[in-house]
Design a protein. Structure first.
Lengths: 200, 231
């Protein structure tokens, strides 16, 4: 899952200051915006962990970004400008900060926003294909359809599809011709009798 | 990451992201612009500043996508930009990749199968890309231009008839990168290979941006025009 931190504040020194505090601490892309409205341009984001540090967040402001919140894991941190009177942070904000907040405190807050949703997406399995996957890959490279592969290996089409998904995840290669090159490089196909150019 | 503004000096933008250099050329802007701001330069070159900023910012950051703003631009403006990127690919990027790959293969002392496979793969990819771009140049763009100029709906087609997936073209480029980085052990000139991979990666990013403008701006804009005309 990708992570993003938005810093939205009208003051440039505050934006850059917060950026400097967070930049070296988190492995996340930091985006600085001047106005909340500029967030609209990011409504296409999907499946990301997002922390938004915004200046004087209000319920109406947040309601404009429903799509962003549905498609992503969004946490808000309210930046309260001192002069404005507000006794408590808004209920939907996880934390609030002011100019009095220390750098370490802020880092802790952001880290708590991110840690809760942290998932181990990185699988540490080796990319080595199983014997069955190699058999499937070989048949894919030879240009057979899922149906034919299923018949040849006496497995269901559903199983073939799931093997193919695993092969692509392990190798990082999606296209059939790309997989064919991989199969040839790994000697899964005997190129003595077949011209590889016909396959790729 | 920051969003550039029209008051920014163009020098500042390029200094920040030199990958934007070819984008400037597509707008006909040459270097040597001193301390002028984007707005000043756009005025001089008769370029729609809003459009220029939108293209620069979407290119600079792949997450930035001001849909509503982009939908206000003219399809003709967008097509003119897309055509320039096409010609950039075929007059510069692809010949450069061809050259680098040829040199890479020549640098390998053994008759290594891996690079030959990559070469076959690359050539097939290039053919597909050519077909894809020809289809846009010969079918899609003329259709849209005609629609805008005549303000008459076509009796036979709508833009949906021409729609083609971009994913295939992008997928293969990514596979090519994977194959070289992960599965081919070098007995070739490393510097040439680095050049090839860097050019490839930049090309991949450019294509993504290009596809995004086509699929998410030009398509919906055209559909909107069609709907209006058919009413």
């Amino acid at each position: 899952m990708n992570r993003k931190i938005f810093i939205i504040h009208s003051s440039e020194i505050i934006r850059k200051g917060i950026n400097a505090i967070l930049r070296s601490y988190f492995n996340a892309e930091i985006i600085m915006l001047e106005k909340t409205e500029e967030l609209k341009a990011f409504c296409e984001l999907k499946g990301q962990e997002i922390v938004i540090i915004g200046e004087n967040i209000t319920a109406t402001k947040i309601n404009n970004y429903k799509l962003l919140q549905t498609n992503n894991e969004v946490k808000w941190i309210d930046f309260i400008n001192e002069k404005e009177d507000r006794d408590e942070p808004l209920p939907f904000c996880k934390f609030y900060i002011t100019t009095q907040t220390g750098a370490v405190q802020l880092q802790k807050m952001v880290s708590r926003c991110l840690n809760k949703t942290r998932k181990q997406t990185q699988n540490n399995e080796s990319e080595e294909l199983s014997v069955r996957e190699k058999e499937v890959l070989k048949l894919v490279a030879l240009g057979h359809s899922n149906k034919v592969i299923a018949e040849k290996l006496f497995i269901s089409i559903h199983t073939v599809i799931s093997h193919r998904k695993n092969i692509t995840e392990k190798t990082g290669i999606k296209s059939i011709s790309g997989l064919t090159v991989y199969a040839i490089l790994n000697n899964l196909i005997d190129t003595e009798n077949i011209n590889p150019e016909d396959l790729i | 990451m920051e969003i550039f503004k029209k008051n920014d000096k163009l020098y500042h933008i390029i200094d920040h992201n030199y990958h934007l250099l070819p984008v400037l050329n597509r707008f006909g802007i040459n270097l040597g612009f001193r301390d002028k701001t984007v707005e000043e330069i756009c005025l001089e070159h008769n370029i729609n500043t809003g459009f220029f900023m939108a293209i620069v910012n979407t290119y600079h950051n792949e997450e930035y996508f001001p849909r509503n703003e982009l939908l206000t631009f003219s399809p003709l403006e967008i097509i003119s930009y897309l055509r320039k990127t096409h010609s950039y690919y075929f007059s510069y990027t692809i010949p450069k990749l061809d050259d680098l790959l040829n040199r890479l293969i020549a640098s390998s002392p053994s008759d290594f199968k891996g690079l030959q496979m990559v070469d076959v793969f690359y050539k097939k990819y290039k053919k597909e890309l050519r077909q894809h771009i020809d289809h846009e140049e010969e079918k899609v763009f003329p259709y849209v231009i005609n629609l805008v100029k005549t303000q008459q709906p076509d009796s036979e087609y709508t833009i949906r008839n021409f729609e083609e997936e971009h994913s295939n073209v992008e997928e293969k480029l990514n596979d090519l990168k994977h194959l070289l980085i992960k599965y081919i052990t070098p007995d070739y000139d490393e510097n040439i290979c680095n050049d090839f991979l860097i050019t490839l990666s930049l090309f991949e990013k450019d294509l993504e941006d290009h596809a995004r403008i086509e699929d998410k701006i030009l398509m919906p804009l055209t559909i909107e025009i069609e709907n209006k005309l058919l009413k």
